[in-house]
Design a protein around this ligand. Structure first.
Ligand code: ADP
Ligand code: MG
Length: 242
């Protein structure tokens, strides 16, 4: 479904991703781990087409993103939903309007059809009836769930999550993990989840890739990562500083 080939990315002359090769199969949950500043968010923004790599190829389905016209890139982007690190809700819009945003932008659905989708998606994330609430009335965990409802409103084939449990207490983190896993099963999507919360990673991953200093240092199943002999991986998953 997604393939990165020799991807390099620099910001102001500083290399933040180096020779990234990664394949993610349709229906798979790929978890990306690694310390802060290692390039995880940059990787997601490349995959969703918000950034262009300096070199290399990014394939989504059978299309290489940067050989496409702007219209074609937009069509590919419509297959993807993203849950941003800080939820990134529009504070001046109600919860319902936030969830409806992509549908209004990209479909010709009627108001009634949109309202029905919003109702359904809010119910899925456990926020039934919160259409008219404003984002600033919500807790961090609820904002995350609105953000997830917005991401799934367009029925994406791929969902990208940037640190969906960061800043949440363990109970809310567990709820979000279960929502991610449930969404995966229900919608049969491909999921890419950035986290540095190892219990989440082990819970939800089919495979895990670890990034360190802009490079992928290991990719494997949950079991392979748990038993990795790479000291960087072992230190990281045991919560030691690397
Ligand atoms: P992570 O998500 O793993 O914490 P990021 O992808 O956010 O890492 O950042 C990787 C590196 O790239 C960091 O050193 C960060 O400061 C730098 N960086 C990220 N975005 C930009 C940007 N827009 N301009 C300049 N530097 C950036
Ligand atoms: Mg980040």
């Amino acid at each position: 479904m997604i393939k990165l080939v020799n991807v390099n990315m620099t910001f102001h002359g500083k290399q933040v991703l180096e020779n990234i090769n990664l394949e993610i199969a349709r229906g798979e949950t790929m978890v990306i781990i690694g310390p802060s500043g290692s390039g995880k968010s940059t990787l997601l923004r490349l995959i969703i087409g918000l950034l262009k790599p300096d070199s290399g190829e990014i394939w989504v389905d059978d299309k290489e993103l940067f050989r496409l016209s702007e219209d074609e890139i937009n069509a590919v982007r419509l297959k993807m939903g993203m849950v941003f690190q800080y939820s990134a809700l529009f504070d001046s819009m109600t919860v319902g309007e936030n969830v409806a945003f992509g549908l209004r932008q990209h479909t010709k659905m009627t108001d009634e059809e949109i309202a029905a989708v919003v109702r359904r998606k809010l119910r899925i994330v456990g926020l039934r009836g919160q259409e008219n609430t404003m984002p600033n009335e919500l807790s961090g965990g609820m904002k995350k769930r609105v953000s997830l409802a917005r991401a799934i409103a367009i029925n994406p084939e791929v969902i990208l999550y940037d640190e969906p449990t960061a800043g949440l207490d363990p109970i809310m983190s567990g709820k979000i993990d279960r929502l991610i896993a449930g969404t995966q099963r229900r919608m049969n999507v491909t999921s890419i989840v950035v986290t540095h919360h190892m219990p989440s990673a082990f819970n939800i991953a089919d495979r895990i890739a670890m990034i360190y200093n802009g490079r992928i240092v290991e990719t494997g199943t949950v079991d392979e990562i748990r038993h990795s002999e790479n000291p960087l991986v072992q230190h990281f998953i045991q919560g030691q500083k690397i």
